[in-house]
Ligand binder design. Structure first.
Ligand SMILES: N[C@@H](CCC(=O)N[C@@H](CS)C(=O)NCC(=O)O)C(=O)O
Length: 207
């Protein structure tokens, strides 16, 4: 039986990843706006959903998933007809999981460390240093159009969101590999819809 999907969402936040993922699916969903500027993410009602006090979180009926990468992976597995993840026994599953986890656990700390001039040795840091992370992801998207080649997956929602944001914020260099990757992502109708929905929410918050 269908369960209602609700994304706890704030525009211009990491919740945009969940919105894009939901737009890639042909499933009804609702957005529940959490105004993080007003601290709604720290209220007891929301902490009962995500004790970390962060957006995004997803409700699927009575089930809750938090963390943007987990939400995207969950939705890809929950709705296999959308083909947003290789099947568990498909050969491509290995690279899919590698990039999903690599993006979620390495890119943000590497970029934060660089931007904030944290003095961490590349040997000790789990991400291994900013340059090696950038080289690694550039190598991963070089073949294109997506991480796994022709198949777009939830790993592209996560990595792609980070690369799009990182390049636009000048936290990730605008290498030709990233420009081409971003162009492929931005050609997707689902991302275009998500960007439009986000703009409408931003306009709504300003009024
Ligand atoms: N690792 C989390 C990070 C989520 C996160 O950092 N959310 C921010 C918005 S981008 C947030 O809720 N900030 C409000 C706060 O910490 O009070 C994910 O990927 O979902």
């Amino acid at each position: 039986m269908a369960r209602p999907l609700t994304l706890y969402y704030a525009p211009f936040s990491r919740a945009s990843r969940g919105l894009w993922m939901l737009e890639e699916l042909d499933e009804p969903y609702a957005l529940r706006l959490i105004d993080i500027r007003k601290g709604e993410q720290k209220r007891p009602e929301f902490l009962a959903i995500n004790p970390a006090g962060k957006v995004p979180a997803l409700r699927d009926g009575d089930r809750t998933v938090a963390e943007s990468a987990a939400i995207c992976a969950y939705l890809a597995d929950r709705f296999p007809d959308a083909k947003l993840a290789p099947a568990a026994d498909a050969p491509e599953r290995a690279a899919y999981l590698t990039w999903l986890f690599y993006a979620a656990s390495n890119i943000e700390p590497a970029v934060m460390a660089r931007a904030n001039k944290w003095d961490v040795s590349a040997y000790q840091a789990s991400w291994g240093g900013y340059e090696s992370v950038i080289d690694n992801i550039a190598g991963a998207v070089r073949r294109g159009p997506y991480l796994l080649g022709p198949q777009f997956t939830a790993a592209d929602v996560i990595l792609g969101s980070m690369v799009r944001f990182g390049v636009s914020a000048k936290l990730i260099p605008n290498r030709p590999e990233f420009t081409a990757y971003i162009a492929h992502l931005e050609a997707r109708p689902a991302l275009q819809r998500a960007i439009k929905i986000e703009a409408e929410y931003v306009a709504q918050l300003k009024t």
